[in-house]
Structures are given as structure tokens and as C-alpha cells.
Design a protein around this ligand. Sequence first.
Ligand code: CTP
Length: 445
Amino acid sequence: LATKNTNIRPDMQRVLPGRIMNILTKAGEVADKLNYQVYAVGGLVRDVLLKVENFDVDLVVEGNGILMANQLAAVLGGRVRTHEKFGTAEIIFPDGYWVDVVTARVEYYEYPAALPQVEQSSLRHDLYRRDFTINAMAVALNPGRFGELVDYFNGREDLQIGAIRVLHNLSFVEDPTRILRAIRFEQRYDMAIEPQTMRLIKEAVREKVIARLSTERMWGELKSILEEADPEHMLDRMSELGVWDYLFPEITFWEVQPVISEMPQALMILRNWGWAEPAEKWLPYFLAILHWTTQDTAYQICQRYNLGRRQTDKVLDTIAHWREALRRLSAPEDVPLSALNKIVQTLPREAYPLFLTLLEDKNAIRRFRLVMESVHKHKPTVNGKDIRDMGFKPGPLYRRALDSVWQARLDGLVQTREEELAYVRAYLEKHNAPKIEPNPPQPQR
Ligand code: CTP
């Protein structure tokens, strides 16, 4: 069993990059000078014990967290954003990386004018407010104790036996997002929600606690799930536990489940074909979930979750075009590569994994692969700047000229860069693209 004296410094050194070890070490030194105790808590500790990389540093300070954040930032060379009311701060580094610092505070006083009960108890309080035992461990950072594991709730044992366990019975009522988090951690680490915690989830679902969540918080958790390496089992579990219907009441899980279950394989194949992971990692799965519904319903779902215009358009484009793209790619007659490419381009590239799961015809799959690979190989070298250098005014014809040269490359009509440039120039002249005007002559006196 883990005791307070377990020291995990060797695990930290093995798992954490030098940059993070340096931040943790400096945090301990700064805290010592201020006569505070400081700890790294939460996901980082859990993942060190699991020997999994995790770069999210959350510090809990027994003392003034904001003062601590300012001094640590000065030592490390970052700036600080503070939230005075909550006693929290972020140290933000020039490359955008950041570290969270929170003040551990006691919520109660022995009697009205008493000093708060600080010492060890404030850390314990902070940890007790957290979601699961595996996320409620801390590691001491002060030089004299660096690496000492603080584990009040047997989180380490739960990690070993693979149990997702809440700290108290009101956990899901206090924060219903934890239902989704329980599913996420269970599936991510191949653990099991332990029986009492499972009873509490079922009770909370029966009591409809999820309905009390803002759509913003729901979306936050949903997105986290869709960005995991393997969301498909999490989505299964959401359906099993009756959570799906709160997130997508308009969509019957069993209608989209077959496609979702094929997504991991489709993603793997596409990566082999040169498809790069999109910046919005959640979007391929989101499209798989929505593809079967109508544009109207999809639009409502996008509105509800406050998606941006660009993302909403990708959802609507996918729904509008996948059937037709499927039909045309499966057509028996020969089609030039540029035409195949045009068909595929009616879909946003985030929809390609979904599209691959929908392709059944061998010939269609072969064509899709051809497009994927050749698009990569034949990406033209000319760009907007080249066109500008030719003296054409920026405008909508730029994009059309670039699209057209791409098609020409796919069909082998142009090959060298010189041919590309000549092709683009000819295209723009043919379409009467306006030229950049020379500076008007200054009026003469
Ligand atoms: N936490 C919590 N309840 C929540 C959200 C977070 O108790 N609803 C606590 C947990 O202790 C968690 C920590 O805050 O470990 C940090 O939260 P977050 O960064 O969301 O999760 P991680 O555990 O770091 O998980 P991930 O690996 O997905 O980032």
C-alpha cells in the first residue's frame, strides 16, 4: 500500500522531460524561500505512476499562490495571469506553454476569529474536492521532500487494481461532467468504474443531473472524449450508461455505431496514405456521428454546441455531399484523376476517415487511395505569392488558378515548376485577371 513516505522521484526523472523537471524543482525552491509547501497534483502524478507522458503541470501551494506564481515566473522567465478572487494564476511561457498554480485554502474556521487550519489539512482539502482517487494524489516539491507521494485516498492502489473511484457519494451531483470523465479515464487506461461508483453514476443519470449542465461544459467534455486516441469505446459506454441521449438526443446511437467502430482503422489507413491529422482532432468523429442526420438537425446541434461558422460548414458540406461522392467514386466507367479529385474535394478533409468507412466497393476504395496519394505527391509548388509576383491583383481568381494547376498536375499536363508558372499565367490572362496598378502619378504643381 502506498504510504506517505513513498518517494517517486526516480519515476518522475524517467517519465518527465527535463523542462518539466526543471519547473518542478524551481517551484520547490521558490516555495521553500517563501516558507510555503508546494505540490504537483492531479493528472501529472497519476501519469508518472503509470509511466505515461503528461506535460500538464498543476501546482497546489499551501500559502499565497499568486505571490508564489509571480516569484516562480520571474525565476523561469514567464508572465503571469492571475485570478485574485480564486487565488489562482497561470504562468505563461513565451512559446505558449503554461503552468497552473492554485492556492490550497481551508474552507472552515474552528471558531469565528480563529486562524484558518492550515498545515497539511489544506492540501488534503484541495485533493478531497477532486473527481477520482487516481486523480487526487500529490507529489511534494520542496527540496527536502522532493518526490514524496501524498496519497490520502489510496489512489495508487486504485491505479494498480485499475479502479475508477469517487472520493464521496455526492461527487456526480456536485459535478456531472465527472460522469463523462469516469468513462473517459476508464476506457483510456483500460480500467473499470468500481461498483459503488457505478451505482452513483446510474443514480445520477436517473436523476437527470446531466440535464443541469450548461451545453458549454457538456461540449468541453465531449470534445475531450472525441480527441482521445480511441473514442469509440467511450461512445459505446456513453450509450450503455444512458448518457448519449443527453448529448445527442436527435441521433440514435445504433445507427451510427457501425461507422464509429470502423473509424480507428480508417484513421490508421489514411495516415498511411499520407493524410495528416487535422488541427481539430475531434472533427472526424463528430462528422461520423452527424453524417446520418439531416442538415437541419445537424445545424441545430452545431448551434447548440456553439461551433464556429467554418466548422459548421464542414459538417453541412459533409452531409450534403457524401452520398453523391460515394456514388460517383463507385461508378463503373473510367474517370481521370483530376475528376476523381474534384469528387473527393466536395468533402472537407476531416471527413475522409468517415468517407473511407462508407466505401464498400473495392474499385472505389482503390480510386480514393489514388487520389489521396497523388494529391500528396503532386501538390503544386506555385502559390499566391508567385501570382502576385507576376503582377496580378489578389482576388478570387487566385484560388481558381491554383485549383486548376493542381488538376492539371494530377492529369500530368504540367510537370515542372516552369510549366506550372506558365500554366497559371495563361489561366489568369485567359480569365482577364486584373493587374496590380502602378502607383498613380503624384499631382504636379
Ligand atoms: N478535476 C476534477 N473534476 C473535474 C475536472 C478536473 O476533480 N471535473 C481535477 C482532477 O484532479 C484532475 C485535475 O483537476 O486530475 C486536472 O484536470 P484535467 O486537466 O481536466 O484532467 P487530467 O486529470 O489532467 O486529465 P487529462 O490527462 O485528460 O488532461
